[in-house]
Design a protein around this ligand. Structure first.
Ligand SMILES: *Cc1c(COP(=O)(O)O)cnc(C)c1O
Length: 439
């Protein structure tokens, strides 16, 4: 290992754990109260802009994806209590969850079956709108269901959308872009599952495969796109648009909690746990939730031990200046949606004053948790999603945080939300394989 990185191992216990490939739980000592969080890179007005844009597109989405009719073209998922899973975690891991445990089922999101149906689809819609506005084919006050007409499809067909992906982002960008009529090229890293490539090809998407990791796929995609003036590159490493698509979840979740009469306030803290790859999805959701609930929401990211890039980036303060490889960590994990070796260039900096901490989890546990959720709640989510339980199964570390926040006597009134980030699109034969993995 490069000497430059040894000092972080010596100084930061969570980094030492990570480098030794041990599960760990880093608590963020740079978190400050809401009124002292000075964030300039993004603004709440941008979330509102994204929310309004998704509303404009709702008639179109409802028309071309009838599965969204229930929510009138809004791509949204259920928030469900999972009491039997809570009992399992308490019994199996002495998790000591005394409040309510819920699952945010982005695993069932329409169209793409993962959290990427928020950010990925949003960015494609925004790009389509920008193009159509530019040539005067569309105005904000139009009924956007006209976008399904052939004249729009042939207009978008002159343009290309490209993206680098470990799988799920490619699915959401690919499916949405192809539906609008764009030419689409998805650059897939070696981690991407075969069925995701097959599915995209069946929708007319060009899939380019790389024997290398995610960063390499992104790099090639960006280069390829830059050569073509008619091509747009969805840049997961830097994209504010993706981030805003995810951030819209904040107000939507608040409305769901309210509809279920679940309070979030000083006496009723909300704990949210979100699996993290490059950081856009968990970062955007966290930023959105913090705008609504301020200090009453406590957000944690969760990562595989083999791809804990955000934890390393934030704990060292180096952000995208560090890769898991710098600590001789492989970046290879069964949690394909999280197989990212270098964190986003801006997400870590944005969430630095507001994130509570990051827990890491070994791959083998993901399968046990996946089977447990299926047994206890009859709910299937993909292995990457199961990382959402990483913090809850480390009760001693979570207690340290709870005590530091002075929340000990509030926890029986707390709500915990594990954010299930993917699952619905996994084909039956893959589910069967997962169910027998590591037994
Ligand atoms: C992409 C993904 C995440 C994390 O999103 P990032 O923006 O990469 O941090 C989590 N879970 C699943 C299933 C994903 O596909």
């Amino acid at each position: 290992m490069d000497d430059r990185f040894q000092k972080y191992i010596n100084a930061i216990p969570a980094v030492a754990d990570a480098a030794a490939l041990r599960e760990t739980f880093w608590l963020n000592d740079r978190m400050v109260p809401a009124e002292r969080q000075q964030i300039t890179a993004v603004t709440p007005a941008q979330i509102e802009d994204a929310r309004a844009r998704l509303e404009r597109f709702a008639p179109y989405i409802e028309r071309v994806f009838p599965e969204t009719a229930e929510n009138h073209g809004l791509i949204e998922s259920e928030l469900a209590e999972i009491p039997a899973m809570k009992d399992y975690l308490n019994n199996q891991f002495a998790a000591h969850i005394t409040g309510r445990l819920m699952l945010k089922k982005d695993s069932d999101l329409p169209i793409a079956g993962s959290v990427k149906a928020r950010g990925g689809i949003y960015e494609v819609l925004k790009h389509a709108e920008d193009l159509a506005f530019e040539v005067g084919m569309l105005r904000p006050e139009d009924d956007y269901s006209i976008l399904a007409e052939e004249r729009f499809r042939s207009f978008f067909g002159r343009h290309t959308v490209q993206v680098g992906s470990t799988g799920n982002l490619g699915l959401s960008i690919g499916i949405m872009s192809a539906k609008l009529g764009f030419k689409v090229i998805v650059h897939m890293s070696a981690d991407a599952k075969q069925w995701k490539k097959d599915l995209l090809r069946s929708r007319g998407v060009t899939v380019v495969e790389y024997q290398d990791d995610y960063c390499a796929a992104v790099e090639q995609g960006r280069k390829n796109s830059d050569l073509d003036p008619m091509s747009y590159f969805v840049d997961d490493e830097n994209s504010v648009n993706l981030f805003m698509g995810y951030a819209v979840a904040g107000k939507r979740l608040a409305a769901q909690l309210e509809a279920q009469n679940i309070p979030v306030d000083q006496d009723h803290p909300l704990f949210v746990y979100i699996p993290c790859g490059i950081g856009g999805a968990p970062g955007g959701v966290t930023y959105g939730l913090k705008q609504v609930f301020g200090d009453h929401v406590h957000c944690f990211f969760t990562e595989p031990t083999q791809a804990c890039c955000m934890m390393l980036g934030m704990a060292t303060g180096l952000h995208d200046g560090v890769s898991v490889r710098d600590f001789d960590i492989s970046g290879k994990t069964d949690a394909d949606g999280l197989a990212v070796g270098r964190p986003s260039a801006f997400v870590g900096r944005v969430v630095e004053p507001m994130l509570s901490g990051i827990a890491t989890i070994d791959d083998h546990r993901l399968y046990d948790l996946m089977r447990a959720l299926l047994d206890t709640e009859n709910t299937f989510i993909e292995p990457s999603s199961c990382a959402a339980f990483a913090a809850l199964i480390r009760p001693a570390d979570l207690e340290t945080y709870i005590r530091a926040q002075g929340l000990e006597d509030k926890m029986s009134q707390a709500t915990h939300i594990a954010w299930a980030t993917g699952g619905r699109m996994v084909p039956p034969e893959m589910r069967e394989e997962y169910l027998h993995t590591g037994l």
